[in-house]
Write a protein that binds this ligand. Structure first.
Ligand SMILES: Nc1ncnc2c1ncn2[C@@H]1O[C@H](COP(=O)(O)OP(=O)(O)OP(=O)(O)O)[C@@H](O)[C@H]1O
Ligand SMILES: C[C@H](N)[C@H](N)CCCCCC(=O)O
Ligand SMILES: [Mg+2]
Length: 230
């Protein structure tokens, strides 16, 4: 396994896990770490065609991770499973007749870890999103043994989603390294009060805040975030 690894989960799908992972990757890179990311299962791809007429499936999360990392690694390792429809991974895998194998994912993580200082593993959906017929993201995080970083998509309803997720992370016996507040909803009422409420009720550090911005995917979290983690 990598010298240091973290599992990135979120309060839901579309809350900014990829934005936060990209910003964390850039922060680690800026601090001199050989940094890699993994998207164990990507569901939701664009069909792309090359000049020879060949067809391949492009996934936005995998592309964003590659852009923000400083290690060029084969996608067979960084994204072992990729499916076309934007649906839950276990359904996409079932439709494709594929079994998402936890041991295979662990093996890929180990191979990446052998070449990197830092590995960030981004789940799909939220903490209990299913990977296959029996296992979910929480099981993968526990099997990897990495502490979890929770991305809270700051919008109405996020307090409940965040606290339920924290409770479930604790029940899984996995350490919570901290959480990141991501301003997905630029119009959120009482942002500061919501943030303060979460700080009071989550027994783990706020690692950083990401403001709503059209450039959010290419910005980076601060050196302070890295310092809180390492
Ligand atoms: N801070 C932000 N500012 C502006 N737009 C954002 C911000 N955070 C997220 N978004 C946008 O919200 C959408 C969802 O973000 P993102 O893809 O990071 O979610 P996710 O949690 O990784 O979803 P998935 O479960 O599919 O992996 C994207 O279009 C992204 O650009
Ligand atoms: C397609 C989407 N953007 C994600 N990649 C997968 C989200 C899975 C959510 C599963 C669920 O909790 O219902
Ligand atoms: Mg994502």
């Amino acid at each position: 396994m990598a010298a240091r690894g973290w599992f990135i989960t979120g309060t839901d799908t579309e809350v900014g896990k990829t934005v936060a992972t990209s910003q964390l990757l850039r922060a680690f890179v800026a601090n001199g770490y050989a940094t890699a990311a993994m998207k164990p299962v990507a569901s939701g791809c664009e069909v792309r065609r090359d000049e020879q007429g060949g067809e391949w499936w492009w996934n936005a999360d995998v592309a964003a991770h590659a852009e923000a990392s400083n290690l060029a690694l084969p996608e067979a390792l960084t994204n072992p499973y990729r499916f076309l429809p934007p649906i839950s991974p276990h359904l996409a895998a079932r439709d494709a007749g594929v079994e998402v194998s936890l041991p295979h994912l662990l093996d890929c993580a180990q191979q990446i870890g052998a070449q990197s200082d830092v590995l960030l593993v981004e789940g799909a959906g939220g903490w209990l999103a299913p990977l296959n017929e029996t296992a979910c993201m929480a099981d993968l995080a526990a099997a990897l043994g990495y502490p979890v970083i929770l991305v809270v998509g700051m919008r109405l309803g996020c307090i409940n989603h965040a606290l339920l997720t924290v409770q479930s992370i604790k029940a899984q016996g996995v350490p919570l390294a901290g959480w990141i507040a991501n301003q997905v909803d630029p119009e959120m009422s009482r942002y500061d009060d919501n943030l303060a409420t979460l700080q009071q009720r989550i027994a783990a550090p706020l690692l950083g805040e990401i403001r709503h911005s059209a450039q959010a995917l290419t910005q980076r979290l601060s050196d302070e975030t890295v310092r809180l983690l390492v």
